[in-house]
Structures are given as structure tokens and as C-alpha cells.
Design a protein around this ligand. Sequence first.
Ligand code: TMP
Length: 241
Amino acid sequence: METEELLYEGKAKKLFKKPNSSELRVEYLDQATALNGKKKDEIKGKGALNNQITSYLFQLLAEKGIQSHFIKKISKHEQLIEMVEMIPLEVVVRNVAAGSFSKRLGINEGTSLPEPIIEYYYKDDALDDPFINQDHIYYLGLATVDELEEIRMLALSVNEALQDIFEKINIRLVDFKIEIGKTEQGKMLLADEISPDTCRLWDSLTNAHLDKDIYRRDLGDILPVYQEVFNRLEKEFTSCI
Ligand code: TMP
């Protein structure tokens, strides 16, 4: 029997290629990292929660007309996805000032932004994923003018859809990061994951962090908080999926 090939091992996921297939199996790992891998811990149960939260969100986004590489969840910590060529960009969308935006520009965390702000980071571990602009993207050949416009429109649509989803479960979507892949036909698809690792999620009533800032900032245990996000999604949306 042909075995699967390990295609990629990252900080939070392993990707396996199925023989004679364009499908990949993703394993979500129980690993938390911050500061580009300088802070690292094993957190039992985190992989399963992120897999389940991402699976919910990709399915809910599909219902709103936003396709992703997600095919199906196959176990608590695994998904099947479509193989795409990843664009080495982290696309960040911000609705509220926080994190590196607040630090870089001296804007108080929690300040609402009148319009969503999109930022691009070049995915390169050796360079610590630097902040880049559109001209850098064209210069590095990461996307053409048309492709970047498509990426921008996709990021804004994901933002609207996610805000709608999170509003229903009393969560404020402060900011988030997405990654995008290209199919063989050149179609842009939302890829990677959407989870409390990749979003800033604040409780609408208390502003409590329901995301990885708990880990990044040593504010406590992330597992109960990720579980809370999952429970709210499950309670509100089980019947829709
Ligand atoms: P930042 O404020 O640290 O730039 O993060 C903005 C958003 O992007 C936040 O929701 C966390 C997410 N993010 C990632 O998912 N991966 C990363 O490597 C970074 C730097 C941020």
C-alpha cells in the first residue's frame, strides 16, 4: 500500500499528501508558539479545538459564498483539504487597533477603526515575516496588480462574513490573519486556518481576550478560552452545518 508523504511540518500543523490525489490531510498539533517560534509550549487539546473551530468557520464562510481549500473534517484533529499553491503572504485585516498596529502607530488598543485596514506580511521565517507594502509584493513577484486586488477583495469579504458570524456569538472581531492559495486553474482560495490562534477575538460585553493573546501575553490558560469559542459556535451554528 502506498503511504502518505509528509509535505510540510509547521508550528501548528502537519500536511500529508495522499497518494494519487490532489487532496491533503492536515493534522492540527497541540503546539503553541509565539514570537516567531521563540516561545513554544505543548498544550494538549489545542490542535483539536483549532481544527474544529476552523472547520466550523470554513463551512459557515462557504455558506456565505466564500470558498476555501477546506473539504471536510475527518476527525477531531484532522481535515481534508484541496492542494493549492500557497502565496507567501499573511494578509491581516484590522477593525480595531491592537497588537503590532497599536505599537507601531501609537494608537490605543481598543480604538475602533472607521474602515477596515489591510496589511501584508511576507511569510519568511528567516526574515521574521516582515511588514511589506504593495510595491514590495509586486517587486518580489508574490502577486500581480490584478491578483492583489482579488486578494484585497477576498480579505474584505472574509472580514464582513466573519464579523457577522462572530457578532451572533457575542464576539468582537478585532483583527485576523488569512492566507491564500492558488488552485492549478489559478483561482484564489482562502487557505490555512481561521482560529483563535489567527484572530483577535474579544468578548462583546467584557472585552475579555478569547484568543492567543492569552498565551502571547502570559495572561493564563488558553484551553478554556478556545473551548469557550468552540462552544459558542457549536451552540449557535450546529443546526446550520
Ligand atoms: P499583530 O497585531 O501581531 O500584527 O497580529 C494581527 C493579527 O494577525 C492577530 O489577529 C494575530 C494574527 N497573526 C497571525 O495569525 N500570525 C502571525 O504570525 C502574526 C504576526 C499575527
